[in-house]
Every structure is written in C-alpha cells, then in structure tokens.
Design a protein around this ligand. Structure first.
Ligand code: FAD
Length: 471
C-alpha cells in the first residue's frame, strides 16, 4: 500500500487535523513533516518569541506522535524541495496539508500542488485553522467585508461550523532522516531571556487543552465583565496556542456548546472575539500587505516622526523597555518582555501611546510586537495595529486617543497590575500610583513622563487634521 506525507505548518496538533485524518484514511505509512522555511519568497521570518514557542511546540508534538507510533521529520530550507525530498524518501503517492491564507504561503502551496500533480502525486488541502474560509464570506455586492459587525453576522448566517475530528489512535511512519531540533537554534542564548516565558506557558496540544479547560472551569463565566481588567486572569490566553494551531477554532467553538446557558452573555462576547480573529484573516487574505501598507491609503501621507532622529530613537527605546514614565504603558511593555504576552486592553493603550502620543509609525510597533509576542500572528497583529493607528479597516476613530492615566484608574484601580510589572512603584498607594510624577520622592528611579499627555494629544490631532485637509 502506498504511503503519504502530512506536511504540518500552523497546525501542530493531532486532534481535529483534517490532513492527518485524510492520511490515516489513505492507509500505508505516514511521514509527518515540519519544514522551517526561511527561504521561500515573501515568507515573513518568525520573531524571537515565536521561535521559542515553535521549539517547544515541536518537541511536544514529537512526543505525542511517538505515543501513537509515529515520528516527526524535521527539515530546514525551501519547503517545496523539502516536501519533494520526503515524498521520494517515503515512497509516498499522496501529500496532505491544511490551508494557509497569507499570499506568499498560498503561492508556495499552489506551485507545489502543480508540481506534485505533474509527478502523479495526489495533493489535497483542507480547511482547519479558520471557521470560515475568507473567500466564502462576501458582501451583497460580492466583495470582501470592511466592517466587523456585518462580517460576523454573515459568518453566523453561513451556519454552524463542523464538529472537530478525533486524533488518529495509531499511525506508522516510514524511515526518513530528520534534522535535530536543537540544531535549528530557535532558543535564545547569550542572554537567555526566556525563563519568564517558560514559567508562564506550556506550548503544545496538551497545554492548549489545559488552558481551555481552565478557562471554562474558572473564568468563562465572568469573561464579558472581567476581560478588561489586566490584573484578573479573565481571558483564555489561548492566543499562542491558536497561532501555532495546537488547538483549532472548531474545537473551541464545539466545546463552548457544552457550557451552561447561564454563561450565555459571556460566551457570546468570547465567540465574537474569535470572530475578530476570523475578520483579521479575512482582511489579510484580501490585503496581503497588511503588515507593511496602510489599509487606508490616505495614511500614506501621515507625518510620522522620523525614527532616525536622536529624539525619536530615544522615545522608541523608552517605549520598548517600559520606561515612558506612564505606569500602565510601562507595565504592559514589561509584561510583554517578561512573558511574551500582553493583555488586550494594554495592547491598545501601549499601541495608542506609540502611534498617537509619540507620533511614531505603527509599523515600528507592529514589528516589535512581532518579535516579542508568543502569539505574534500574521493577520491579528497588523490588523490590530492599523485599527489603533486609524489607518485600518473598521478602525478606531482617530480622535480616540487612549489616556493611559484614565485607563489605569479605570481598569487597574488598586494598581495591582502596575505593582506586579513596575516594582519601583510598589510602595505608592492606589491613588498616587497612576501618576507617580506627582509624588516624585516615592517613585525612586522611575522615569519622569516622556511627553505631556495633553500637548501630545493635540499634536496628534493636528497631524490628523493636516492629513484630512491635505496640508
Ligand atoms: C496592537 C495589538 C496587537 C495585537 N497583536 C496580536 C497578535 O499578534 N496575535 C493575536 O493573536 N492577537 C493580537 N491582538 C489581539 C488580542 O490582544 C489578543 O488576541 C488577545 O489579547 C489574546 O489573549 P487571549 O487569548 O486571552 O484572548 P481572549 O480574550 O481569550 O480571546 C480569545 C481569542 O480570540 C482572538 N482575539 C481576541 N481579541 C482579538 C482581536 N482584537 N483581534 C483578533 N483576534 C482576537 C484570539 O485568537 C484570542 O486568543 C493584538 C491586539 C492589539 C491591540
């Protein structure tokens, strides 16, 4: 009986993996392959935190595969060549994979499919990582959506997504050489900045399922109200697991159905957050340059400060290091550095501070998040940055400039989150911790504010007015 190859990409799981299920049905031995492709044209290189995650996720996947009799084959290089090599080595007559939606990735997949067809090798792809394929959700006029609410309504009208598939109980893998994971050097050394990530996260399918179970047990019920408070662990923290496909949106959606109806309001909000993920991928599918190009071309003329001037370079550095003098911004940027993750509300606050109070191009912030987030996502990251900057689809109105002090008082009233990530301020009381410059004697080495909020807000509004008026 002929063998097959399963080429895994952003779907590092055994359960609800249609490509793997198809291979199991095909029969014969299954060569399960992961390719670290930093060569194919247009593929965005992984950021440092994503590399850390990938290492541990692959390690976990290899262990899980071994438990059902399989082996994971690792190759580095051009994906096309790696897949063709493994097809030959495994004497396979079929290749299965789950779809990707970025343009560069789609081009690689389409070219490979053709090449395999010419060689009489069957190649089949599946829907696995999005509930709704981007091209299936269209406006009445047949175009892509630009606004979330009607997009999500159209998704819901399209019907309930399919039930998840079980993991195969047993597979057999052919002999094929694999590179050693360690030789890829995905983990940081000199210095090793990852201990904080290690204590926060368990990459892999088990880690993902545990997060989901914990979220359902403890948190899902207060999600709608508590999700905005960064000191409360009220959100699912599933984002890096979804990013690497250790859990599928189908599994989450299906599991939600098992919860009691009493939690309906919370679950509705949670479901629509998963909808935002679908929307971001819909945007990326139709706007492949989302990470580099303003969705609204009008913003091409926006007067960002030049990052090469000394003053702006110093501001960027202070923002990255969590030394802007605004405790909520700094707590967020330090949470990001220490744990590879930042609470959603604080992502909005830190991003708004960079692009509006400092007038720094959103692409500089997007790239920093890309490098430091464990959930750095090719669609969610640029779409949200553009949403905050005002240049994106369904974007926040430009005049909505998050005030880090007001946000801090409202969403971290006792300063618990601030104290956790900005320990220099730990001795300040709940009233003064949000504005430490008013009690400088107690703020120790904590820096003075980088800019004044009122004046920097006016400068941003002027820049936007000039853009609109074509000045
Ligand atoms: C400037 C900025 C950059 C961001 N960059 C990323 C990124 O690179 N990767 C990423 O996954 N999310 C990104 N987000 C969206 C959001 O902050 C995270 O998805 C969320 O904080 C992850 O935590 P969670 O899993 O606990 O979320 P939950 O509240 O539990 O939500 C469940 C899931 O819904 C999805 N989701 C939630 N909010 C959004 C959103 N606004 N847009 C798209 N999907 C969403 C995520 O997959 C998330 O895991 C960004 C937001 C901002 C403002």
């Amino acid at each position: 009986m002929a063998n097959s190859v399963v080429w895994l990409r952003d779907d590092l799981r055994l359960a609800d993996n249609p490509a793997l299920t198809a291979a199991a049905r095909h029969g014969g031995q299954i060569a399960v392959l992961y390719v670290l492709d930093e060569e194919s044209e247009g593929i965005r290189p992984l950021g440092s935190a994503s590399k850390w995650w990938l290492h541990h996720s692959l390690e976990s996947l290899a262990t899980q595969l071994a438990a059902i009799g399989g082996t994971l084959i690792l190759r580095r290089g051009c994906a096309r060549q790696a897949v063709l090599d493994v097809v030959a080595e495994a004497e396979a007559d079929a290749v299965f994979w789950n779809r990707r939606y970025g343009l560069a990735e789609r081009r690689v997949d389409a070219a490979l499919k053709e090449e395999l067809a010419d060689a009489n090798i069957d190649a089949e792809s599946f829907q696995a990582n999005l509930l709704y394929e981007p091209w299936t959700i269209r406006t009445g006029a047949g175009g892509p959506y630009k606004v979330f609410t009607p997009f999500w309504r159209a998704c819901n009208d399209a019907g309930e997504p399919r039930a998840p598939l079980s993991a195969p109980e047993q597979i057999r893998s052919p002999q094929a050489a694999s590179e050693a994971l360690g030789s890829w050097q995905l983990l940081p050394t000199n210095p090793d900045w990852s201990p904080g990530l290690g204590s926060e996260w368990t990459p892999g399918e088990d880690g993902a399922n545990n997060r989901l179970a914990e979220f359902f047990d403890r948190q899902a019920r207060e999600y709608a109200t508590d999700r905005d408070f960064p000191a409360i662990e009220a959100t699912s923290r599933l984002s890096p697991h979804l990013r690497f496909g250790e859990i599928s949106p189908f599994q989450i959606r299906h599991a939600l159905r098992s919860l009691p109806a009493a939690a309906d309001k919370d679950l509705q909000v949670f479901r629509s957050e998963l909808g935002w993920r679908e929307f971001c991928w819909h945007l990326l599918y139709f706007n492949p340059d989302l990470a580099t190009t303003n969705y609204r071309p009008m913003f091409d003329r926006f007067a960002w400060d030049s990052p090469s001037t000394a003053g702006t370079a110093a501001e960027i550095k202070a923002w990255r290091r969590g030394r802007t003098g605004y405790p909520l911004v700094d707590a967020g940027m330090r949470q990001l550095w220490q744990t590879g993750w930042m609470h959603n509300r604080i992502r909005m606050v830190t991003a708004s501070f960079l692009v509006k109070n400092l007038l720094i191009d959103w692409r500089i912030g997007e790239q920093w998040f890309w490098d430091t987030l464990v959930d750095a996502d090719a669609a969610n990251n640029p779409a949200n940055w553009q949403w905050v900057a005002g240049s994106g689809a369904d974007a926040s109105p430009y005049f909505r400039i998050f005030n880090p002090v007001t946000q801090s008082r409202k969403f971290d009233p006792d300063g618990l989150y601030l104290r956790r990530y900005v320990p220099e301020l730990a001795s300040l009381g709940a009233r003064s911790i949000h504005e430490p410059w008013k009690t400088p004697d107690d703020a120790g080495s904590y820096p003075a504010p980088l800019v004044e909020l009122g004046a920097s807000r006016e400068r941003a509004l002027d820049a936007y007015a000039a853009l609109k008026e074509g000045r």
